[in-house]
Design a protein around this ligand. Structure first.
Ligand SMILES: Nc1ncnc2c1ncn2[C@@H]1O[C@H](COP(=O)(O)OP(=O)(O)OP(=O)(O)O)[C@@H](O)[C@H]1O
Ligand SMILES: [Mg+2]
Length: 375
């Protein structure tokens, strides 16, 4: 028996003025950016004032949306119908990090941090920085109050959960033992109670100097003590953004392709959202394969092809029958993967989007995906 799931009513979500934030997440390459952009366009054409925050869109899609400059601010997308408005931006992770530093440290401090080599590598390569900065940008867009709907695409990480883990991980790093040890001399300021700690620091610093080299250690120390000024702010804002994600006006849309790994990731993510009390709208199953002739089973199609082949007749017809059989088998496999999800999460609404013949790289393509999402 084939299972069915409740239908994810995309238009009801987009039209509901209480929906203020939609977060598209899922594992790598499943269609998060495409879905986010398609939802944004559809919402705008249904009359809402929307901003889409994309992360690493494919080049042609970025161009279609007018995202030719990486300037970290939203730009109006041309070619959008109706009275709504669509703005889009590409996340510039390094720039977002710089902006936080500039906003929260005095100019001299900011300069010290921004030019510090340790900061430069942290801001562009620390795992989780991109996820953290996407959240940070979301917070900024929300505080600006300029849009009534913000749609957030999430970074291309292997695991969808990285997005939710990033603030905690960055916080843990900044709060971590190594950092605390490195900060000790700056904080102690010569007070006797910290003498012991300082002695400890001397030993640790000695060992670290051997491993890292004196200059690197000095960079880290300078960075950390300068960052101290901005420090509280990081955690506080991460917590605020977390609260924003839990608010009733937020809707998480989890995207997956109908493949085992992607569906499994989607399952983990759905469970995690429940644990975090974050509102899930539903699951989008993207790039589904269907056959134009579902009444002809794979087995019958294969048998007919074998028959023709054994008689050495109608080569083209037998090739088509084989192709059809392959598609039917793929469709059946995809159906089974979906059913795993449905048995584990029978109440989660689902929307389906078929695999298109080619990549989605312009507004027409996005509009079509939007129609399919809502149908
Ligand atoms: N339904 C679809 N049919 C055909 N192609 C699609 C479909 N959905 C997405 N694509 C294409 O698949 C590719 C990956 O999609 P997209 O960039 O949206 O995925 P992503 O989840 O954002 O990836 P990443 O994790 O790398 O950020 C793109 O080239 C896109 O045009
Ligand atoms: Mg993407």
């Amino acid at each position: 028996m084939t299972k069915t799931a409740p239908v994810l009513d995309i238009d009801a979500i987009l039209d509901d003025e209480n929906t203020r934030i939609i977060v598209c997440c899922g594992s790598g390459g499943v269609g998060k950016t495409t879905t986010a952009a398609a939802l944004g366009l559809r919402a705008a054409e249904r009359g809402r004032s929307v901003v889409v925050l994309t992360v690493d869109p494919a080049k042609r899609l970025a161009q279609a949306m007018g995202l030719t400059e990486l300037d970290n601010v939203p730009r109006r997308v041309k070619g959008v119908g109706s009275q709504g408005e669509l703005h889009a931006m590409m996340l510039d992770m390094k720039r977002t990090f710089d902006e936080i530093i500039e906003a929260h440290a005095d100019p001299e401090r900011a300069r010290q941090i921004l030019t510090n080599p340790f900061y430069q590598s942290l801001s562009s390569s620390f795992s989780g920085t991109q996820e953290y900065m996407a959240m940070e940008k979301l917070g900024q867009l929300r505080r600006s109050g300029d849009w009534d709907l913000i749609i957030v695409d999430t970074p291309p990480s292997r695991s969808a959960l990285d997005f939710l883990d990033a603030p905690e991980r960055l916080g843990r790093f900044l709060d971590g033992r190594l950092i605390r040890i490195l900060m000790a001399p700056a904080k102690a300021g010569g007070r006797s109670a910290f003498k012991l700690l300082n002695a400890g620091f001397g030993i640790v610093a000695g060992a670290l100097t051997k491993v890292l080299g004196a200059q690197v250690l000095k960079d880290i120390q300078m960075f950390v003590s300068a960052l101290d000024a901005v420090f509280g702010g990081f955690r506080q804002r991460a917590e605020q953004t977390y609260k924003l994600l839990q608010a009733p006006g937020t809707a998480f849309v989890v995207v997956a392709t109908p493949e085992r790994d992607a569906i499994r990731e989607a399952s983990y993510f759905v469970e995690r959202l429940a644990e975090e009390r974050m509102p899930l709208a539903g699951l989008v199953i993207n790039r589904l394969h269907r056959s134009p002739a579902p009444a002809l089973s794979a087995a019958r199609s294969t048998a007919a092809a074998e028959d023709l082949e054994s008689r050495g007749e109608h080569e083209l017809a037998s090739a088509v029958l084989r192709l059809h059989a392959g598609r039917m088998q793929l469709a059946a496999r995809e159906q089974r993967e979906q059913e795993h999800f449905m048995s584990a999460h029978p109440t989660v609404p689902i929307a389906h989007v078929p695999a298109m013949a080619e990549d989605v790289h312009d507004l027409d393509g996005l509009r079509e995906i939007g129609d399919l999402l809502a149908s």
